[in-house]
Design a protein around this ligand. Structure first.
Ligand code: DQQ
Length: 549
C-alpha cells in the first residue's frame, strides 16, 4: 500500500496527516465556515497531553483549507491538553470559544478563547486570556470527569447558558451554567439530565428544532411556540451518540423528554447513527438557514495501521438535520453542496423488477468515490418474516444472523458496494421487513463481515430499526456515499443512518463494483436508481486557493 494514501478519503474531512477526533466549534462567521477538531500535531494516535484544536476554513463546507492550530496546550490552565468545546457568536459579532483544558494539576477546567483580530477573515489566531479558567473544577466532581462545554444560548432573562458534562457524586450529569458576561459562570443546582445507569457522558448539546417537520434550522437561542429541543449526549460506555427530543424550559433550565418511556438511561434513547460515529456536534448555519451536524468516525483497523498510514480518523459528511413530523425522530441528509462533486451519472429509465436472488450490477459508475440513490418499491408485504419480540432488543445482532446472503421473505434487498470482481470483498447495505402482529418493522443493516479480506480489522454487522410506516409508504429509499474507507448510508430519507469504515484490499489495485440485489422471495421494484462518480474535493491538501462564497 502507498502509506498515507491507503484509505484516505476524497471528500470527507481529514487533516493532511496525524490524528483527529471530535469535531469542535463549527461555525459560520463573516462569510466563512470554520471547522475545528481534536488534533494531535505530533502523530497518528490520540495522546492525552498533546491535543490541540486543528483549524480549517471553507466557503462551501466541501473544500477546506488548513490553517495553523487555533488552540494549543501552552498555559497553566491547558498545559496538559486542549480538549473538546464549542463556538458561540456573541452579539456585536465576535465569536468566542469555550473548551476544556487539562490544567497543570491534570484537572479538567473550562476555558474561553477569543480571536486575536476579529477582523481577520480567517480568524487565524486565538487569544486565551490569563484569567482562565472561567469555570474551575467543582468540589463534587472528580478531576477527570468535567468537560466539553456546548455552544451557549441566551435565555429570555438575558443570561447565557451552556451545558457541561460531569460526574457528580458518581452520577453522570449534564450541568447547566449561566452567565451575564461569558466570564463569570454560575452552576444551576439541578442538572439538565442525570443518570446513574450509563456512566460518564461526554460532548453534551442542547439545540432547538422546528416542531412540525420544517427543514429550516434555528439559531441556538431560539425558543417559543413551534420550537422543540434536542438533548444530545455521547456515552463513553458504548461509544455511541444518542438524542432525545423534548421541551426545554429556560426559566428552570429543565428538559422534559417527548418520550419519557425511554427512561433516564441514555443508552435507550434514539441513535444518530447505527454505525461508527461519536462526539457529534451541530451548529446553526445562517448562510443557508439550516442546522448542520458533524461527527467523528474512528478507524476500525489497528493502531499499527494508523502509524503506518500517518493519520487516523475522519468526519462524516456535514449533515443537515431537522425534526421529523412525528416530533420524535431527527432526519439527517448530506448537505446539498456535496452534490457539486457529482460527475459521471448513470440512471434507470424504467422500473426494474428484482426477483428472488437478483443481483444486478450498476454498470458505468464504479470505483471508490460514488453517491447512489435508490428507491425500492415493495408491492406486497405478504411474505414478511415473523419477528420474534427479543429481536427488537438487538438489531445489530439480528443483522449478523440475517445477513445479506440469508434469504428472507420481504428482503433482504439493497446495495452491494466496494465489491471486488470476484465478490470476495463486498459491503452490503440492505433492508429486511418483518411482521409483528399486523405491524411491520423495517430493519436496516450494513454488513461489514466481507468488506475486507484483511485480518485484524473490526468488521461487525451494524443495524437498527427504521422508524417508517412501510405499509403506508410502500417504498423505502436508500442513499449511500462511498469514499474509499467510508460507506455512509441514509435510509428512509434520513430516518436511519449507518456510517461504516471499510478497508478493501482490492481497491488499491483494481476497480470496485456496485450492485442492487434482492434476496427475498417476494419481488421488489427499483423505481429510481441514480448513481454518480464523485470528484475529489480539496480537503486540507495541496496549495489550494481559498474559495470564499
Ligand atoms: N474527546 C475529547 C474529550 C471528549 C472526548 C478529548 C470524546 O473532550 O470528552 O479528545 O471523544
Amino acid at each position: 500500500t502507498d502509506g498515507i494514501h491507503a484509505g484516505r478519503t476524497a471528500y470527507h474531512f481529514q487533516p493532511a496527516k496525524n490524528w483527529q477526533n471530535d469535531p469542535n466549534g463549527p461555525m459560520y462567521f463573516n462569510g466563512m465556515y470554520h471547522f475545528f477538531y481534536q488534533y494531535n500535531p505530533h502523530g497518528a494516535l490520540w495522546d492525552i497531553g498533546n491535543l490541540s484544536w486543528g483549524h480549517s476554513v471553507s466557503g462551501d463546507l466541501v473544500n477546506w483549507a488548513a490553517l495553523d492550530t487555533a488552540i494549543d496546550p501552552t498555559a497553566p490552565f491547558d498545559i496538559n491538553g486542549c480538549w473538546s468545546g464549542s463556538a458561540t457568536i456573541l452579539p456585536g459579532g465576535a465569536p468566542a470559544i469555550l473548551y476544556t483544558g487539562i490544567d497543570a494539576n491534570h484537572e479538567q477546567v473550562q476555558n474561553v478563547a477569543f480571536p486575536k483580530n476579529p477582523a481577520d477573515p480567517l480568524l487565524r489566531e486565538w487569544h486565551k486570556p490569563s484569567y482562565n479558567p472561567v469555570i474551575p473544577l467543582p468540589a463534587d466532581v472528580p478531576g477527570d470527569k468535567f468537560r466539553d462545554p456546548s455552544t451557549a444560548w441566551l435565555g429570555r432573562d438575558g443570561l447565557w447558558r451552556i451545558t457541561v458534562s460531569a460526574e457528580v457524586n458518581g452520577v453522570a450529569s449534564t450541568l447547566v451554567y449561566r452567565s451575564a458576561d461569558f466570564l463569570r459562570w454560575e452552576r444551576n443546582a439541578a442538572p439538565l439530565h442525570a443518570s446513574r445507569a450509563a456512566g460518564m457522558v461526554e460532548c453534551p448539546d442542547l439545540f432547538p428544532v422546528m416542531l412540525h417537520g420544517e427543514e429550516v434550522g434555528l439559531d441556538t437561542s431560539e425558543t417559543g411556540a413551534g420550537v422543540s429541543h434536542v438533548l444530545k449526549l455521547s456515552v463513553m460506555d458504548t461509544l455511541q451518540d444518542y438524542y432525545m427530543v423534548g421541551r426545554y424550559d429556560d426559566a428552570a433550565d429543565a428538559f422534559s423528554p417527548a418520550e419519557p418511556e425511554r427512561g433516564d438511561d441514555v443508552r435507550n434513547w434514539r441513535r444518530f447513527d447505527y454505525g461508527h460515529v461519536y462526539a457529534s456536534k451541530s451548529f446553526f448555519d445562517a448562510r443557508k438557514n439550516r442546522r448542520v451536524l458533524w461527527a467523528w468516525a474512528n478507524e476500525s483497523d489497528s493502531q499499527a495501521d494508523d502509524i503506518a498510514r500517518g493519520w487516523s480518523g475522519v468526519q462524516t459528511v456535514p449533515r443537515k438535520l431537522w425534526l421529523d413530523k412525528d416530533g420524535k425522530q431527527l432526519r439527517q441528509w448530506p448537505i446539498e453542496e456535496i452534490e457539486t462533486l457529482r460527475r459521471k451519472r448513470v440512471g434507470l429509465h424504467r422500473n426494474k423488477a428484482l426477483h428472488a436472488g437478483a443481483m444486478n450490477e450498476i454498470v458505468g459508475v464504479g470505483g471508490s468515490q460514488v453517491d447512489v440513490e435508490v428507491a425500492f418499491r415493495v408491492p406486497s408485504l405478504e411474505a414478511a418474516e415473523a419477528l420474534e419480540p427479543n429481536w427488537l432488543l438487538d438489531p445489530q445482532k439480528l443483522c449478523g444472523e440475517k445477513g445479506a446472503s440469508v434469504p428472507g421473505g420481504v428482503g433482504p434487498f439493497g446495495l452491494i458496494v466496494m465489491a471486488s470482481g470476484d465478490l470476495q470483498e463486498h459491503t452490503a447495505v440492505f433492508f429486511r421487513v418483518f411482521k409483528q402482529d399486523d405491524r411491520y418493522k423495517v430493519l436496516m443493516c450494513t454488513d461489514l463481515t466481507r468488506s475486507s479480506t484483511r485480518a485484524g480489522v473490526y468488521k461487525p454487522p451494524y443495524g437498527g430499526f427504521v422508524d417508517v410506516d412501510i405499509k403506508e409508504h410502500k417504498t423505502i429509499k436508500l442513499r449511500t456515499l462511498v469514499d474509499h474507507s467510508v460507506v455512509e448510508s441514509y435510509g428512509a430519507e434520513g430516518r436511519a443512518c449507518i456510517t461504516a469504515r471499510v478497508y478493501p484490499e482490492h481497491a488499491e489495485t483494481s476497480n470496485s463494483h456496485m450492485f442492487v440485489f434482492n434476496n427475498g422471495t417476494d419481488k421488489v421494484k427499483v423505481t429510481r436508481l441514480e448513481a454518480w462518480e464523485l470528484a475529489a474535493a480539496t480537503v486540507n491538501v495541496g496549495d489550494q486557493g481559498l474559495m470564499i462564497v
